[in-house]
Structures are given as structure tokens and as C-alpha cells.
Design a protein around this ligand. Structure first.
Ligand code: SAM
Ligand code: DTB
Ligand code: SF4
Length: 354
């Protein structure tokens, strides 16, 4: 027998259905409003003046604003661990004043030829077991050449991708065709930094231009590889040069998916060996401004971490950094070891259960 339908109940159930529907619609529309608002925050039309205003915000307000944007776009408990490996070290033709791998300077770095594939695979496995989800292979090259070494790097990319890690490379300048070959081998990301603002650039490097760097970034993007692009502070640049750098990054047609913020590691023998150490306050300002102007990017707290306390690094995470390089070495210089980083992440409640 069919249950009796009480017209009052029917009206009630209709009303509650309508209420449910309208609430769902309201929720949906507030969600889409939120995503519309988020899209509005992701802008490539920042003026220099706007970036400067953000950069010059009083520090605690700046951090608060960056932390808020961070929470709108990311899970603040997630910090990506990326491990670097120098697959070809030193003897580089370029004159980058910060770099211990340039053949022009007498530094403690001993040149080493391209590593073999098995050794790279082993390093990637160790990194994965220690909690890294991304592996970045660096070569001290001005540019990639179409030779046997490049073929070997393509195999390395395939092997690391087979370990189900994100694969990144930083090999110098790339042509569009080389970028496509890397993509086909399974490369997820390519690191190529602008290093500093355009006006200051020729004080740091003379052997290739800012435009060369922008061209490589364009080639990477066109091949469908994600872009990792940032810079270094502490090379004697002015505040305006730092603003220039962020302004250039934040006005690229698409923001880099990853923005490394490096503090100069001054290395004996390089022209920048005697630069004063970058203060935590300068790092925080840079990280927070990158977070606010490029909300979706992973902002990577990069070189210089070995000199920072856990409390200083915690401030960087609060200001919007959500990635670090892990492993005993960056490319040729020291980095905190895996265990210290694990203790720090545990202490701060980051990546728990990940
Ligand atoms: N040779 C390739 C290139 O220049 O693109 C890839 C390797 S290169 C070492 C990668 C980046 O490391 C540089 O662009 C620079 O931003 C960073 N880097 C190198 N030496 C550094 C140092 N002493 N301190 C901080 N960052 C450094
Ligand atoms: C980036 O921006 N920083 C990393 C990575 N990309 C390749 C390299 C830092 C190198 C620091 C000096 C060294 O260890 O040789
Ligand atoms: Fe060579 Fe790269 Fe170092 Fe410049 S930064 S000297 S291109 S390894």
C-alpha cells in the first residue's frame, strides 16, 4: 500500500527541498565567486608601482597579507621537498659572479664530468625515500648542445620519471626543439633563473643577456614544461632591483609555477665572496612579495637555508614559502641534512601524514 501523502508534509518537504537547492546554489555561487575572486588576484598586469607598494609594506602587515593569500591558494601545511643533484659540475664557460662553478674563478669546486645514469637513479631513490617528491638535476652548462651528453640527460629524465617523482632540470639555455625533447622524455619542470632585475643584470653576468634568459623561459613554456624561475638576493643589488625582478616575474604572460628565492651563498674565489650575509628580514620581504604577486606559485626557500635557524625558516613558511631544497648539498654548497629538515617539518606540523 502506498503511504498516505499529507499535503502539509508535502509542502514542508518541498520547502526543505527548495531550501536545500537554494542553499546549494548559494554555496556553489559563493564557491564560484571565490574562484572568480582568486582569478582576479592572479594578475599579470602588475605595475612597477604596485609591486613596489607591496614590497614596501611594513613587514608584519606584509607577512600577514602574504599568509592570508597563501591560505586562499594553498594548503599551508604542505611544503614540497625537492632534492638537487649536480649531474655535471664546474668548468663552466660563463662568468656569473656568484657561481663557484665558473671556470673563470678559483674556487673550492672540483670539476666533475657528467654522472652515469645508475648513480643518478640511486640518488633519486635516496631522495624519494627521505621524503622528496621532486628531483632536480643541474648541469654547469651555458646551454644544452645536441650531443651524446644531452641524450644521456634525456635517459636520466626518463629514469627519474619512472620513480614517480616530479622531474626538474637546470641545464642552461635551451632551444625550442631541445625543450620538446625534454618534455617527451617526461620532464615536468625546468629551472632557469632571471637571477636579478634587468637593470642590475650586467653587473653580475656578461656572457649572456637577460633576453637570452627570457627566451629560454619562453621555449620551456611553449613545450608544455612548467617553469621554475626566480633569483638571488644579496649580490649588492638595490631594493629597486629586487622589485624589478619580482615585477618581471609577475608580469610574465603566465606566472612561473615555481619561484626560487635564493640568498647568495658567498663562495671563496668568486667576485661576490665578500658580500655581507642576507638578513632574514630581506628574505621575508622577498618571499612575501612573491607570494602576494604570484599567488599560485610554489615559492621556494632556496639557497642560504643552511645559515637560518628553525625560527627564521618558520617565518619564511608563514610569509608564503611552500617548498625547500632538501639533501646535504644544494649543487656544490652545503644544505641542512635530511634529518634536521624532517625534525623541523615535524616540529612545525608541516607535511604530517604526507
Ligand atoms: N648552469 C645552469 C644555469 O646557469 O642556468 C644551471 C645551474 S645554475 C648553478 C642554477 C642557479 O643556481 C643560478 O641561476 C643561480 O640562481 C643559482 N646559484 C648559483 N650559485 C649560487 C650561489 N652562490 N648562491 C645562490 N644561488 C646560486
Ligand atoms: C635555484 O634557484 N637554486 C638552486 C637551484 N635553483 C638549481 C641552486 C642553488 C645553488 C647554490 C650554490 C651551489 O650549491 O652551488
Ligand atoms: Fe655556469 Fe650556471 Fe654557474 Fe653561470 S650559474 S657559471 S651558467 S653553472
Amino acid at each position: 500500500m502506498k503511504p498516505m501523502v499529507n499535503p502539509d508534509n508535502l509542502a514542508e518537504s518541498r520547502n526543505s527541498e527548495e531550501l536545500f537547492m537554494s542553499t546549494t546554489l548559494a554555496m556553489k555561487s559563493s564557491q564560484s565567486q571565490a574562484s572568480v575572486a582568486n582569478e582576479i588576484l592572479v594578475r599579470s598586469n602588475w605595475t612597477h608601482e604596485e609591486v613596489k607598494d607591496v614590497f614596501q609594506t611594513p613587514l608584519l602587515d606584509l607577512i600577514y597579507r602574504a599568509a592570508t593569500v597563501h591560505r586562499q591558494f594553498h594548503d599551508p601545511k604542505n611544503v614540497q621537498q625537492c632534492t638537487l643533484l649536480s649531474i655535471k659540475t664546474g668548468a663552466c664557460s660563463e662568468d656569473c659572479s656568484y657561481c663557484p662553478q665558473s671556470a673563470r674563478y678559483d674556487t673550492p669546486v672540483a670539476p666533475e664530468p657528467l654522472m652515469n645514469i645508475e648513480a643518478v637513479k640511486m640518488a633519486a631513490k635516496i631522495a624519494k625515500d627521505a621524503g622528496s617528491t621532486r628531483f632536480c638535476m643541474g648541469a654547469a652548462w651555458r646551454e644544452v648542445k645536441d650531443n651524446e651528453a644531452f641524450e644521456q640527460v634525456l635517459t636520466m629524465v626518463k629514469e627519474v620519471a619512472a620513480l614517480k617523482m616530479e622531474v626538474c632540470c637546470t641545464l642552461g639555455m635551451l632551444t625550442p626543439e631541445q625543450a620538446v625533447k625534454l618534455k617527451e622524455a617526461g620532464l615536468d619542470a625546468y629551472n632557469h633563473n632571471l637571477d636579478t632585475g634587468e637593470q642590475y643584470y650586467d653587473q653580475i653576468i656578461t656572457t649572456r643577456t637577460y633576453q637570452d634568459r627570457l627566451n629560454t623561459i619562453k621555449n620551456v613554456r611553449a613545450a608544455g614544461i612548467t617553469v621554475c624561475c626566480g633569483g638571488i638576493i644579496g649580490m649588492g643589488e638595490s631594493e629597486n632591483d629586487r622589485i624589478d625582478l619580482i615585477h618581471t616575474l609577475a608580469t610574465l604572460p603566465e606566472h612561473p609555477e615555481s619561484v626560487p628565492v635564493n640568498a647568495l651563498v658567498p663562495v671563496e674565489g668568486t667576485p661576490l665572496a665578500d658580500q655581507p650575509v642576507v638578513s632574514i628580514w630581506e628574505m621575508l620581504r622577498m618571499i612575501a612579495t612573491a607570494r602576494i604577486t604570484m599567488p599560485k606559485a610554489r615559492v621556494r626557500l632556496s639557497a642560504g637555508r643552511v645559515r637560518m635557524s628553525v625560527a627564521e625558516q618558520a617565518m619564511c613558511f608563514l610569509a608564503g614559502a611552500n617548498s625547500i631544497f632538501t639533501g646535504e648539498k644544494l649543487l656544490t654548497t652545503a644544505n641542512p641534512d635530511f634529518d634536521d629538515d624532517k625534525n623541523m617539518l615535524d616540529l612545525l606540523g608541516l607535511n604530517q601524514g604526507a
